[in-house]
Write a protein that binds this ligand. Structure first.
Ligand code: ADP
Length: 380
């Protein structure tokens, strides 16, 4: 089927009257960031911040209108607004949904509680990319599962989803009811990633609001079932998208992954401040690539000046959760879909990961013991 053109979509949207001004929503300039690929259409409707809630019917109408067009398999419309954050900086806000036709991934979202069967949600974050955040998320999830917990792993790193590869899962998720997706599973862990839906080579361009919308759908429209903990591999960095996510997902706590160099630690500090700003408890810092154990002579080399994260954690008043060496096996196994915690469970690194998981597990239990996690979902 030929791809639907933007002209056809805009033409259809012109039939919708602007409920807060003159003309239609297209001529009023409300339709922003229109993208369509293989019948998957996504755009934002820019509306005044204070009108977000009352314009939900408009969002739905726009979505229905596009969804009804021939050749459209999914329609995602989010409301966006520039709202003044309390700190004074402008910050994007969004709410949204998506519709897909039967047999297609991602379906209309309900308005109910996000993840009612999930007891705890943990974010694994880093101030910058490439520090081993995803590797840590995988091995932390496996370590928590080794403790007998029911664990899910959500790949929120939608710019560079790595969970399909790292967890050794290929194929597409099934949708038994045509509405919700069943998560994929390996090593006893349920996994969802945008990487299951989009080919690895496909470049993904996301506007901030769409990031949030995609993440919420991967939470809400996936049959996670009953989980003790959902580990969320966050997108790297501390920009607006990460901040919004930290704010709108009911996180029980966050762990920050850093390498020991000063520069990475500086970024880690930004991550810490981000979570503090939105009142998410930071469980602590994990130092990855802490030191190098030479496989030839067993000698230890502190390539990046080992111990920086521990000192930084003390300085910032958060716990140091543990360290993981830089090891050829971690890289090989992480990248070939056989994480070290399951493939070499007796290795020192696997022992370290399990110890970190035990500490994080205890912190989760303590957090839940103080009462259920308070959702901090901003309803526009
Ligand atoms: P991020 O999620 O922070 O971008 P990744 O987890 O994708 O980082 O890791 C980046 C690369 O570094 C991957 O190839 C991964 O296998 C490797 N890596 C991560 N941690 C270690 C480690 N402790 N030892 C060796 N290689 C590692």
């Amino acid at each position: 089927m030929p791809d639907i053109t933007n002209d056809v979509i805009l033409n259809a949207l012109k039939a919708i009257t602007n409920p807060i001004g003159d003309g239609d929503i297209v001529s009023a300039g409300m339709v922003q960031g229109l993208q369509s690929r293989d019948g998957n259409v996504a755009f934002a409707l820019e509306v005044p911040a204070d009108k977000g809630a009352e314009l939900e019917p408009l969002r739905k109408k726009a979505e229905d209108t596009v969804f009804a067009l021939p050749g459209v398999v999914s329609a995602t419309v989010v409301l966006t607004a520039q709202r003044e954050a309390s700190a004074g900086a402008a910050q994007p806000a969004a709410s949204g949904g998506q519709q897909t036709k039967p047999g297609q991934p991602l379906q209309p979202q309900g308005k109910g509680d996000i993840l009612p069967g999930v007891k705890a949600i943990i974010a694994v974050a880093s101030g910058k990319g490439g520090v081993g955040k995803s590797t840590t998320a995988v091995n932390l999830a496996l370590g928590l599962a080794a403790e007998g917990r029911k664990v899910g792993l959500l790949d929120a790193d939608i710019y560079g989803p790595s969970m399909p590869r790292m967890m050794g899962i290929s194929g597409r998720p099934n949708s038994a009811d045509g509405k919700t997706l069943d998560p994929m599973e390996n090593y006893g862990i349920k996994v969802m990633s945008i990487g299951f839906m989009v080919d690895e080579e496909t470049p993904m361009i996301w506007r901030g609001p769409m990031v949030q919308s995609a993440l919420e759908q991967m939470m809400r429209d996936v049959n996670w079932g009953e989980l003790d903990v959902l580990v969320v591999d966050m997108p790297p960095g501390t920009g607006d998208a990460q901040l919004t996510m930290a704010q709108r997902v009911p996180l029980t706590g966050a762990v920050i992954v850093s390498t020991p160099q000063d520069i990475a630690l500086l970024d880690a500090r930004k991550g810490l401040n981000m979570f503090r700003k939105v009142d998410v408890p930071v469980f602590g810092i994990i130092e990855n690539m802490s030191y190098f154990l030479c496989p030839d002579n067993g000698k230890r080399y502190d390539i990046f000046g080992h111990g920086g994260a521990k000192r930084e954690a003390e300085r910032m008043g958060v716990d140091f959760l543990g360290e993981v060496p830089i090891e050829i096996e971690i890289r090989e196994m992480s990248d070939s879909g056989t994480p070290i915690t399951v493939s070499l469970p007796d290795s020192q690194s696997a022992i370290n990961y399990r110890a970190i998981a035990a500490t994080v597990g205890a912190k989760i239990d303590a957090a839940l013991g103080e009462g259920p996690a308070t959702p901090r979902i901003v309803v526009q």
